[in-house]
Design a protein around this ligand. Structure first.
Ligand code: UD1
Length: 366
């Protein structure tokens, strides 16, 4: 099997691509897989670390208004299309898979025009602009929610698969996870993550909370996001006692172990993070990022809240005191925590990666 996978910009597009690639490799160890992304996107760091060959093309986004930026972007898009064509021509894939983000636009479009089999995967209820356009050209559109159907005109191409997550989330051992991530074995661990890029408002609120309640009876591991790390660290260094009970990191490369080790996760409500939380069956406090397209993160979060697996706090209403009280209340209510854990696990759809793999196989066979 020769496969090109493209998706990038944020972790929410990259990790599903890796989950699909891992599945293909697991079943076909001799398969040849090539990722295409951009140099600037998170994928240029994550994909090689995951052990896959990686090539880049140039892309840019378009603004809604007429602008010089758009003229420049159109030029870059043409260049990207040309680069994608040349990589596809050399690699000769049996199939090209897109998992969203601007970069997969030129790659999947070019492959379709070159009459190579193509499939895209959409992680959210509200599809991204790239996937919406690509829907016109690809052979198959894998969606994660029934509700996403109405946003695609090409009904005959749709298949509901759910979101693929890496198998490690289902296999990881609690003992290993605790050893790796719990620095104080006698205290509950609260993991706080603002998505793959971090969240300025979560970082700010948690910083205030830690300064005010530095002797918290739990341990906090705050993952700031790479671009926020220095600022958060400098602010917290003014209150050194905070670091006696808590830690900060800029990014976690081993999220399966970190998630497994925590007693509670507080995070923004990206679709892949939520799927991973369910895979390990953890209770969560979800803080949907405001101003995401169609407010899709709040939609993701409310779905989990309705199942009793999560508590939702709107970003606009976030403050350190409430957050601290919510954490304390939850960690002291074992019955509620257990109910939330069970509801979280019940929401897990472990078979998504298999369903997508079967679609890929069928497309290649036909
Ligand atoms: C602001 C915005 O529009 N964000 C979107 C983006 O979010 P984002 O990229 O934050 O996506 P998700 O929260 O869905 O996924 C983040 C991924 O990064 C991983 N991770 C994160 C932090 C870290 O330190 N280490 C790490 O490995 C997580 O385990 C997860 O696999 O893509 C998602 C999936 O299309 C969407 O649902 C989100 O709404």
């Amino acid at each position: 099997m020769r496969v090109i996978i493209s998706g990038g910009g944020t972790g929410g597009h990259i990790y599903p691509a890796i989950a699909i690639a891992n599945k293909i490799k697991e079943i076909n160890p001799n398969s040849n897989i090539l990722f295409i992304g951009t140099e600037k996107g998170l994928e240029s760091d994550i994909v090689p670390k995951a052990g896959y060959d990686f090539k880049t093309i140039t892309v840019s986004y378009l603004r809604r208004k007429i602008s010089f930026h758009n003229v420049k972007s159109a030029g870059m898009l043409l260049k990207g299309l040309w680069q994608a064509r040349s990589i596809i021509k050399d690699f000769k894939p049996d199939i090209v898979i897109g998992t969203g983000g601007f970069v997969c636009g030129p790659v999947v479009y070019m492959a379709a025009k070159m009459r190579i089999k193509t499939i895209i995967h959409e992680q959210n209820v509200f599809p991204g602009i790239t996937n919406k356009i690509l829907g016109n050209y690809v052979d198959k559109i894998a969606i994660s929610f029934e509700e996403a159907r109405k946003y695609f005109k090409q009904k005959e191409k749709l298949i509901v698969t759910g979101n693929p997550v890496r198998q490690e989330f289902f296999k990881v051992s609690t003992k290993e996870a605790d050893l790796k991530y719990k620095s104080q074995q006698n205290k509950p661990l609260v993991l706080i993550v603002g998505g793959s890029g971090g969240s300025a408002s979560i970082n700010k609120t948690v910083t205030h909370m830690l300064m005010k309640y530095s002797k918290n009876p739990f341990e906090i591991l705050l993952v700031t996001g790479k671009s926020h790390y220095t600022e958060v660290r400098n602010n917290l260094l003014q209150h050194k006692e905070v670091f006696e009970h808590n830690r900060i990191m800029e990014y976690i490369n081993d999220m399966p172990h970190a998630l497994k080790a925590c007693d509670l996760i507080i995070c923004s409500a990206g679709a892949i993070t939520i799927t991973e939380i369910n895979a390990v069956g953890k209770p969560s406090i979800l803080i949907p990022k405001a101003y995401t397209a169609e407010n899709h993160q709040e939609y993701n979060a409310r779905a989990l809240e309705a199942r009793g697996a999560a508590i939702v706090i709107r970003e606009q209403e976030l403050n350190g005191d409430d957050l601290y009280n919510n954490i304390n209340k939850l960690l002291n209510d074992k019955e509620k925590l257990n109910t939330m854990k069970k509801a979280s696990l019940d929401a897990s759809k472990a078979q998504a990666t298999d369903v997508i793999y079967n679609e890929i196989k069928n497309l290649i066979k036909n």
